[in-house]
Design a binder for this molecule. Structure first.
Ligand SMILES: Cc1cc2nc3c(=O)[nH]c(=O)nc-3n(C[C@H](O)[C@H](O)[C@H](O)COP(=O)(O)OP(=O)(O)OC[C@H]3O[C@@H](n4cnc5c(N)ncnc54)[C@H](O)[C@@H]3O)c2cc1C
Length: 408
């Protein structure tokens, strides 16, 4: 149940491999595929040219590797090509988008294929309970019960709940015997305290972000940071946000710092300032800094450090230079919170991979149940990886369902 990316793909792969099976998709939303439609800014970043287990966080890397290998990104591209959706890659990051640049063509192709091969779809059918009996499952929707020999939970996470993925699938999984790895938002913009960020709103720059939680190794991400009126966003920030959330959920002290000169350490940052001063001793500090950073950020940093912006480089004291070098490579960002599930693009945590069979994604505590997509404890970074997980996990589940012996 669940007719998002993972649910629709499971239904298609299953019917294609085993046309004898009756496949019914139940979805609570009035219209299916809302998340596909909003994805990738309405363009739907379907997958990535290169997908590896290192692009994901959550449960066992080995299980993730196995699932991805069963249906890698090349097969996603071939699958969509068959459905009439060609893709192109963005050169700098490998993100694959439909050539139509429209998520509608992706959703339309999936729904048309469902219709062509006889997948039955019921929208506005929110499942409120699932019970397992001796002869299979009883699935409750309002006052009706559906019976099924197998059930696939593909109810997604709980980000952007207005799309229909409101997290109730996790409750159903628990009722059927699963535990949950604690849930947090992932790919979430971060809200900052203080008044440093508002004047910078609109500036976007490549940085290196580090989350350091007490008792944990540091997590580093290089990527674009976008300053906003509430704090920070942009792909680099979204990618690092899950580590900040995980640390906070574990009640650990956590610090987020930004290196405005990605790749530089303190020594390199200080020598850049020394070199700028040696080359142009009369150049004012803010103009010198503007060669390394957006000018508005340079001014904001100098103001925050109480170093006069008009200081000629030749007059910059050693102490000020060292404080500035340190600020450039490890500027602390005081995170108040994430923006939360209403804005996050994914959910971290979920049904532990240890509770499913890696070959079939069959539930261990509840025989006959399978799980696909974001409900599992896997979250990908920005770049099409979350959808790739949906397609790959759907394929693994479908292969297992297609092997079910025909009754009688
Ligand atoms: C704004 C935004 C942009 C994104 N952009 C991208 C992108 O470009 N590339 C990428 O890879 N990922 C992107 N993602 C993430 C991606 O959309 C998800 O990881 C992916 O959709 C997960 O697929 P899923 O099928 O597991 O879950 P979902 O797509 O969330 O589908 C779950 C379905 O289950 C239904 N459902 C839930 N509970 C019930 C119930 N009780 N009964 C019946 N039905 C139920 C829901 O209505 C929904 O249709 C984006 C996410 C957001 C929020």
């Amino acid at each position: 149940m669940g007719g998002g990316a993972a649910g629709l793909a499971t239904a298609i792969f299953t019917r294609r491999r085993a046309p004898r099976l009756d496949v019914l998709v139940l979805d609570g939303a009035r219209k299916l595929g809302a998340k596909i439609l909003v994805s990738g800014g309405g363009r739907c970043n379907v997958t990535n040219r290169v997908v590896t287990p290192a692009d994901f966080s959550g449960g066992s890397r080995n299980v993730i590797k196995r699932v991805l290998a069963a249906f890698p990104a090349e097969r996603t591209v071939a699958f969509f090509r068959e459905l009439g959706v060609d893709m192109y890659a963005e050169p700098d990051n490998g993100k694959l988008f439909p050539t139509t640049n429209s998520a509608k063509s992706v959703l339309g192709a999936l729904l048309a294929e469902c219709e062509r091969i006889g997948v039955r779809i019921r929208a506005d059918h929110r499942v409120t309970d699932i019970r397992r009996g001796p002869d299979g499952f009883s699935v409750t929707v309002g006052a009706s019960d559906f019976t099924a020999t197998r059930v696939v939970l593909a109810t997604g996470g709980q980000s952007l709940p207005k799309t229909g993925s409101d997290g109730f699938g996790y409750t159903l999984a628990r009722r059927l015997g699963h535990t949950l790895v604690p849930l947090t938002p992932a790919l979430d913009p971060l809200v900052l305290a203080g008044d440093f960020h508002p004047p910078l709103s609109g500036i976007s720059q490549t940085v290196e972000l580090t989350v350091q939680a007490a008792g944990d190794r540091p997590h580093r991400v290089r990527g674009i940071l976008l300053w906003t009126h509430f704090g920070i966003s942009g792909p680099g920030v979204l990618d690092i946000s899950r580590h900040w959330h995980r640390a906070r959920a574990a009640e650990r002290d956590v610090a987020l710092t930004v290196n405005f000169l990605p790749g530089d350490d303190f020594v390199r940052a200080e020598s850049r300032l020394i070199e700028l001063g040696a080359a142009q001793p009369r150049l004012q500090l803010h103009n010198a800094l503007a060669r390394l950073l957006p000018a508005r950020l340079a001014d904001a940093l100098l103001a925050a450090l109480a170093i006069a912006a008009t200081t000629p480089m030749a007059h910059l004291s050693r102490d000020a230079r060292r404080r500035l070098a340190h600020a450039l490579i490890a500027w602390p960002l005081s995170v108040r919170s994430g923006r939360g599930y209403g804005f996050a693009e994914a959910t971290a945590g979920g049904v532990p991979l240890g509770e499913v069979d890696a070959r079939t994604l069959a539930s261990r505590p509840c025989p006959g149940l399978h799980l696909a997509g974001e409900i599992l404890d896997v979250d990908g970074r920005i770049g099409g990886f979350n959808f790739q997980w949906a397609w790959s996990s759907a394929h693994v589940v479908a292969a297992a369902l297609a092997d079910i012996p025909t009754p009688g």
